[in-house]
Design a protein around this ligand. Sequence first.
Ligand code: ADP
Ligand code: ZN
Ligand code: ZN
Length: 752
Amino acid sequence: KESSEVPAAKLKPVQEQIDLTPPLTPELLQLAESIKEETLSLHVSVLKAMLPQAMRAKYKKSVFPGAAVAKLDQNLQKHFAESKFIENWDEWIKEASEEDKISAAKAIRKGLLIVEPKVTTKDAAKKQLVYASILSDADAENHIGELNRKAPKQAAVLNFLQSSKEEHTAKQLEPYGSKAALEALVKKGLISKNEAVLNRDPYEGRHFETSESLTLLPAQKEVLSDITRVIDKKIHRTFLIRGVTGSGKTEIYLQAIDKVLRNGKEAIVLVPEISLTPQMVERFKARFGARVAVLHSALSKGEKYDEWKKIRDKKVDVVVGARSAVFAPFENLGIIIIDEEHEASYKQEESPRYHARSVAISRAEHYNCPVLLGSATPSLDSYARAQRGVYDLLTLENRVNDNAMPAVTLVDMREELKSGNRSMFSDDLIERIKDRKQKGEQIVLLLNRRGYSTFIMCRECGYVPQCPHCDISLTYHRTNQSLQCHYCGHRETVPTRCPECDSDQIRFFGTGTQKVEEELHKTFEDLSIIRMDVDTTRRKGSHEKLLTAFGKGEADVLLGTQMIAKGLDFPNITLVGVLAADSMLHLPDFRAAERTFQLLTQVAGRAGRHDKTGEVLIQTYSPEHYSITEVKEHNFLSFYEKEMYMRKMGGYPPFYFLTMIHVSHTDLQQVVQVTEKMSAYLKSSLSESTKIFGPVASPIPRIKDRYRYQCMIKYKIEPKLMEALQELMHSYQSDIARTDLQIIIDTNPFMM
Ligand code: ADP
Ligand code: ZN
Ligand code: ZN
């Protein structure tokens, strides 16, 4: 602005112009407002979630004399005499003498010095120097001829730059001549030197085979035509595609995107973090090449920023990414696709607690474009919506190659124990592993570790070491023989005698992947195993490396946790074994059965995807539970009906809405008091039909010395809810700021 109504004395000069284009579009700014309201989050936390980490501001404190410098004591006067403020206070105070520190603290208390936070943003782009020839070919030839005798290196560089006609970095030019040769050429005015933005491409140097659209099968064609009709009409619809694994959903996504791009619009594809494997990325890069940006957590901050910048600068029109890619700053969206829509990773479990599915639908409404939700095992919430016509249901019943679904066998582990088999492998599993090994076929073994502890226990008195700060058993880590708390990081050595009864029978209990690997080696001498769990995949790219090795046939067995259940597509896998299928069935979470069914169906889908038929063997202690029997029957619909009945009886989503309030404090009495007061307030201000449960202690009642209580609100229609919750947060704001109190409101809880 050239002028302002604000008095000139109150205006401050502009220090620096940070962005030429605003990083967030008007649509995203508006979206941030509504997410803030719906999730009761701070506005700034929503904006942060929308931006790449590299763009976040850093805070630096600077200090100003609040009154005349003369009022400061002599010690301080000299520091403020020349400059009116100290720019980097934190640095200054670190280096200051004791006297200065004391004077400064006094001055701040008296208001003679004012501490102000100063936001600094660094340009997240990375720049580098590039060189290029600025001569015509004829001129260059003359100069090269002259240089050849006196300065052959300069001649070589010039020759290369002239023939390539592109900009190059000093590093790229090293084979031709040194930096000195380059500078000499610049000085002679023969080549240019400029600063250019470096593109940190995570897939640099990788070649992706190009792939053309396949001719769709009739069932696929039908699904695609329903989608393209909506694309052509320029209206919003949400489609739910339920299609068994290998039914050709991804091919439909690709062709729908193709259609959208032809209309000059853009596409967002969300994939669960863990299945953003090279195999998946490759399919999109192969079809759309350099038009694709990829966003996931294995990229460095800089790479993420550069990929994001390509979207903002309209250099790409497709983005494939994990949850937060739903905020890709496109301005002409034509479709949003969410693969494996039932996945828990689409819900952010920290503020802002948004679900990518509902954000996607809001954005698609704005742009009048479709959302495609795809899954072999849709979430109950989505499937129920499709049944009621809120979403359009599309179904693919068969695999593309007409392969039968793999045969599933259930093994009752209680029977194994009765017949004297105390090992973690049933006789059936052992026999089948031997068979596959002999045939040179591959095996996937899933250890479902969620809800399955790896603790040590005294066999005499039952004592289990607990974390002194959290109410949870310590986890045994074999590699460094320690016990660790997975919540607070507390670590101690493994006791050799029980602290309760002094018995020496205190030992490892439960099963970890390392333990299974050991047992496998004991049972089968020459079995080669690739283990995939948090320990073996911590390093960047290791997940990918292990999968590639397994795909090349470098091991007989791929053994792992949940992370192996998705995305694998290797023709030689003919056996999938599941150890402890029911371990998460007993979690205190109403979605436990749904998660069990989804995981088992997913992993079963890894077997026999190509010519060879596959087989699945599930070891369980609850072979009669419908979440396991329906996996055997490959019957989603039957599972859905049974689970819906249970939800209805229990009064859970999708029949009711839930909101959870989590309260924590280092003082137990405080937590109970606050939670009780909140519950009473809600009871008095909400409708009679709304039920409020609690306060009750949380499933893990203490973490990091903080006591945790919770309240659950269950309702069908509750127009006063948001207002009441806002009121609650408001009334505790100062307590939260002043004390240890923490209140979390989750308006759409996913993990209980
Ligand atoms: P989903 O995403 O449902 O698991 P995909 O799209 O990955 O299924 O398809 C499974 C396999 O079948 C892939 O290898 C894919 O290339 C192939 N495929 C998909 N559609 C066709 C088609 N119309 N014709 C031939 N092969 C296809
Ligand atoms: Zn004991
Ligand atoms: Zn702990």
